[in-house]
Design a protein around this ligand. Structure first.
Ligand code: ATP
Ligand code: MG
Ligand code: MG
Ligand code: MG
Length: 474
């Protein structure tokens, strides 16, 4: 079935409406009353008050398409088929109402019923938490999923550091070996592994615990269901796209970037394709974030927006675009998203103005900064080195506005590294100078955005992925 992204989003909401859910509007990206989060990064981030029992919803069954930003995925954008900074998370939630049985069997019905998504069941795989024998039983006995489509994965435990948590079950779509970046017998080539064949489309969380600030897990007053399906990923399946970017959610943006560039086309080379993808991704995030009241700045959320704009501008340069251009993409984002987010198109003039100002500001120094950087690279090469000093990176940051990551990314292409310790030292010294300068001023109590970012990692990373294949007992 070839459906549009707007139809797919609507179909998800209609399905859960038919199961007694109330359709809830997407909450703004800027969290209210939640100091633990820099951005709303999932549907459940807006449900905490219901899950912890502090607020009782009118209807315990809720469904939504929640705009979400994940800064921990910035570096994946353009390099994987499936990651964005801003994406939409389709979700259904049960606040102490239905639990595992309905959550799993309804998910299966939506995905495979010809009346709804109508996906081929043979292409679907699931993972479960090894200790969660109940979820496994439901998949096997009620859904009648063959056992070689079920994998036990140790890290299937949803935990955002604080708040609702519990075991989860994830659903993967097998796109076929031709989409895989790994060989078929690579140990990572299984549903849940770091590969591009098995696409994680949906995570169903059985939320039973409250992860308390002191690190303990306390059973929640009632058990909840929280699910998250990436709209862009499901659209890529429907539209038979190589990556999320070859869908109606991104292609108009890519097309516009092609028009603005020096003739390079999407598909010409892997490197320029990354640039097209980064531009299309980042302008969506920036547009939505500004629409929700955030502004570019040097701290916290504002710094994220600034970084995204600067990163997109630098990738625009690689496509031969050397003047302000991102602001021209803002109304296109508005057009693409207008059926569910009409407010973006309505505000697009204001948003474009903010973006343009930030682009102009950066462009003023970008050329000089790049020239200096290129000179230093040439210099180092002459001396037989492939390392840039942290002092230079700091000068680029301080005088020319290059975020450190941008400098690193830029030189990486030439196999250069940057002395990060030295950069950090320079930063520290500057902060000390600044602190001394305002020692008499009142404490500003500003959140350290980067630290907050780390805390909001949506999923525990750094684990050893343990997978047990075919150990299910029948
Ligand atoms: P992945 O392993 O692919 O990074 P995840 O396990 O981190 O995804 P979850 O936290 O389980 O993702 O979020 C629920 C769903 O939201 C995922 O199954 C996926 O469909 C979607 N999703 C998560 N992160 C992104 C992203 N950066 N861009 C687009 N979709 C995403
Ligand atoms: Mg995952
Ligand atoms: Mg997941
Ligand atoms: Mg992830």
């Amino acid at each position: 079935k070839q459906l549009s992204s707007a139809q797919i989003r609507q179909m998800y909401l209609d399905f859960f409406k038919s199961k007694g859910h109330e359709v809830m509007q997407s909450a703004p990206l800027v969290p209210h009353d939640d100091p633990t989060l820099l951005w709303i990064n999932s549907g459940v981030a807006t449900m905490k008050k219901f899950f912890d029992g502090s607020v009782v919803p009118d209807n315990p069954r809720i469904t939504s398409s929640q705009k979400s930003i994940r800064t921990n995925d910035i570096e994946n954008v353009g390099h994987t088929a499936r990651h964005h900074t801003l994406f939409e998370m389709l979700g259904n939630f049960s606040v102490g109402d239905y639990f595992k049985e309905e959550a799993i069997t309804w998910a299966w019905e939506l995905l495979t019923s010809p009346k709804w998504f109508g996906m081929d069941p043979d292409k679907l795989y699931v993972t479960v938490y090894p200790k969660d024998t109940e979820a496994k039983r439901i998949w096997l006995e009620e859904v009648k999923l063959p056992k070689d489509h079920i994998y036990e994965v140790e890290d299937n435990f949803w935990d955002i550091g604080e708040g609702p948590s519990g075991p989860d079950s994830e659903i993967f779509y097998d796109r076929g070996q031709k989409f895989n970046n790994l060989s078929e017998d690579d140990p990572e080539s299984y549903p849940g592994g770091e590969n591009e064949r098995y696409l994680e489309i949906w995570n169903i969380v059985f939320s039973e615990f409250n992860h308390k600030p002191d690190g303990t897990y306390e059973p929640l007053p009632h058990k909840n269901i929280d699910t998250g399906m990436g709209l862009e990923r499901v659209v890529s399946v429907f539209q038979n796209a190589r990556t999320n970017f070859e869908t109606d959610l991104f292609l108009p943006l890519i097309k516009k970037a092609e028009e603005l560039g020096n003739g390079v086309k999407y598909g010409d080379s892997p490197a320029t394709d990354v640039s097209f993808k980064v531009v299309a991704d980042h302008i969506r995030a920036v547009t939505f974030a500004i629409g929700d009241g955030a502004l570019p700045s040097n701290e916290g959320r504002g710094y994220v927006i600034r970084r995204l704009i600067r990163r997109a501008v630098m990738h625009g340069q690689k496509l031969g675009i050397d003047k302000a251009f991102l602001y021209l993409l803002v109304p296109i984002v508005g057009q693409i998203m207008k059926s569910h987010y009409p407010e973006v198109l309505e505000q697009s003039e204001y948003i474009a103005k903010v973006v343009r100002m930030e682009e102009d500001r950066f462009n003023e120094t970008l050329k000089d900064g790049l020239q200096l950087l290129n000179e230093m690279i040439a210099d180092a090469k002459e001396k037989g080195s492939n390392k840039l000093s942290g002092k230079l990176a700091f000068k680029l940051y301080d005088t020319y506005g290059f975020p450190f990551e941008l400098t690193t990314e830029y030189v990486q292409e030439q196999n250069f590294t940057v002395d990060e310790a030295e950069f950090d030292e320079q930063m520290k010294q500057q902060k000390e100078r600044a602190r001394a300068a305002r020692s008499n001023a009142k404490s500003m109590g500003v959140q350290n955005g980067l630290l907050t970012d780390i805390k909001t990692e949506s999923k525990y990373v750094g684990y050893e992925k343990l997978v047990t294949v075919g150990t299910l007992k029948d």
